[in-house]
Ligand binder design. Structure first.
Ligand code: NDP
Ligand code: 2IT
Length: 453
């Protein structure tokens, strides 16, 4: 594919010329626009309504100062953000990321992806993202609490159950959501469904913690089924060791696969015997409670080797790769090694983990490849189910939520597959990137046309 005159002009004038330093945002817009060419060529209403010019600009971007006191009694200052990107089909919805790398380019890319991802879930949610350059690593629980309270002291005025509903992302899990919710409730004096990813005891949904990783594996299973394949007996490489990676590992193992790797920002462990339920329980305790490093896995289990500074992709041959850590964590060279080693399927659990060169390599070699906005949508979809349960003031069983999640992942696969067949190149290969982008975009763009300016 390539851009047409309209998308080329908007990309250049509204994105690259104005924000040349926002490289992640430019990368995500380029990918989406590239996919839209066959739709834009067929439907003139999007250009007539200047949808591309409008959709690349957040409806509102909030930047704020976060000031808090550390354990030494010193004042700390961080940047706080909430990008309210698009509310054409529902209240803004999307996670908060706390990581030292956070800047506006990263949050605009994540917010932009979220628009189309949320549209694909079938639920009524707009797109947003937020966060801070705060680094939770090495901080005490009290420091994390102080930061979260200071962050919410500003954010509370911009969110609400029908306005904007944040959730977790990198560096924001159950602990942070708890401190954020406690502060919101205190300030507003109202028990609003204003955050998702809450603990079960105070409004959370069963299966929300598992949903992104499980959903990623459900989506990959759907892709594999189109070639008569499944996870059973397959070798799998997973990157990351946080929320998404842990549960992708869990579900893949439950379906009969052997997961060989997990990683963190320091390095990767390779366990030739596979990371079974017992070993995964150790990882969950290590990462979620003790906040330790993956290196400790190799000290505990002699079947594992630790590779300092390495990423999983070139360490061992695999059938399936599930990148579940962060953006641009799998490059073109690593993609070539995966292909040469016989990998047949790549299911993105993280947001934009494959570089454009890696995606091109997977597609040229006809691998089953799903973009994160389709295959990691199970997390935000189950956030949507948490909002529904909160609104009804009741909670569904784990079986019920898991069944709904599974159904949503199947319908996302179906939407991406069908759009790829309708608009993509003819032949056997299914371009899930094109399909997901067109299916996600069409619903939001039509809503924008319907609602006028
Ligand atoms: P966590 O914070 O739970 O885990 C992140 C994992 O990725 C950790 O193992 C972390 O290692 C590693 N990591 C983070 N940054 C880097 C980096 N720059 N280089 C190498 N490794 C890194 O986050 P999640 O599991 O929630 O998120 C993972 C990915 O999934 C992100 O892309 C996120 O946007 C996406 N996602 C998350 C959803 C959710 O529901 N949580 C939903 C949909 C997508 P370390 O411990 O060393 O930091
Ligand atoms: O990237 C994502 O979809 C998330 N971090 C989850 C967002 C949400 O609102 O559950």
């Amino acid at each position: 594919m390539s851009l047409n005159d309209y998308s080329q002009r908007v990309l250049q004038e509204c994105v690259i010329n104005k924000y040349p330093w926002e490289k992640e945002f430019i990368q995500s817009v380029t990918e989406v626009f590239d996919s839209l060419t066959p739709l834009l060529d067929r439907e003139s209403k999007y250009e007539k309504n200047r949808i591309l010019e409008r959709i690349v600009v957040p409806e509102r971007t909030i930047l704020f100062r976060v000031q808090w006191v550390d354990d030494k009694g010193q004042i700390q200052v961080n940047d706080g953000y909430r990008v309210q990107f698009n509310s054409a089909i529902g209240p803004y919805k999307g996670g908060l990321r706390f990581h030292p790398s956070v800047n506006l380019s990263i949050l605009k890319f994540l917010g932009f992806e979220q628009i189309f991802k949320n549209s694909l879930t079938t639920l009524p949610m707009g797109g947003g993202k937020g966060g801070s350059n705060f680094d939770p690593k090495g901080k005490s629980d009290r420091e994390v609490m102080a930061f979260c309270q200071a962050f919410m002291r500003e954010l509370y005025r911009h969110i609400g159950p029908s306005i904007d509903v944040p959730a977790g992302d990198i560096g924001v899990g159950k602990r942070e959501i708890g401190y954020l919710f406690g502060q919101y409730r205190r300030i507003r004096d109202s028990y609003d469904s204003v955050l998702t990813g809450k603990a079960l005891e105070w409004g959370g949904s069963l299966v929300r913690p598992e949903a992104t990783g499980y959903g990623d594996v459900y989506f990959a299973s759907e892709m594999l089924a189109t070639r008569g394949e499944s996870f059973d007996g397959k070798k799998v490489l997973v990157s990351g060791s946080g929320n998404v990676a842990q549960h992708a590992c869990e579900k893949a193992t439950q379906l009969g696969a052997k997961v060989l790797t997990l990683s963190d920002s320091n390095g990767t462990i390779l366990d030739k015997d596979g990371i079974d339920a017992e070993k995964l329980a150790f990882v969950k305790d290590l990462k979620n409670n003790r906040r330790g490093r993956m290196k400790e896995y190799a000290d505990k289990f002699p079947t594992a080797q630790y590779f300092e500074g390495a990423r999983p992709w070139t360490l061992a041959p695999c059938d399936i790769a599930l990148p579940c850590a962060t953006q641009n964590e799998l490059n073109g060279e690593e993609a070539k090694v995966l292909v040469a080693n016989g990998c047949m399927c790549v299911g993105e659990g993280a947001n934009m983990p494959s570089t454009p060169e890696a995606v091109a390599c997977f597609q040229a070699n006809k691998l089953l490849f799903s973009p994160g906005k389709a295959s990691n949508a199970g997390g935000v979809a189950t956030s949507g189910l948490e909002m529904s349960q909160n609104a009804m003031r009741l909670s569904w069983s784990a079986e019920e939520v898991d069944q709904k999640l599974h159904g949503i992942m199947k319908s996302i696969h179906n939407a991406a597959y069908t759009a790829a067949k309708e608009y993509g190149p003819k032949g056997d290969y299914v371009d899930y990137v094109l399909g997901a982008n067109i299916a996600g975009f069409r619903k939001v763009a039509n809503a924008m046309v319907d609602q006028g300016i």
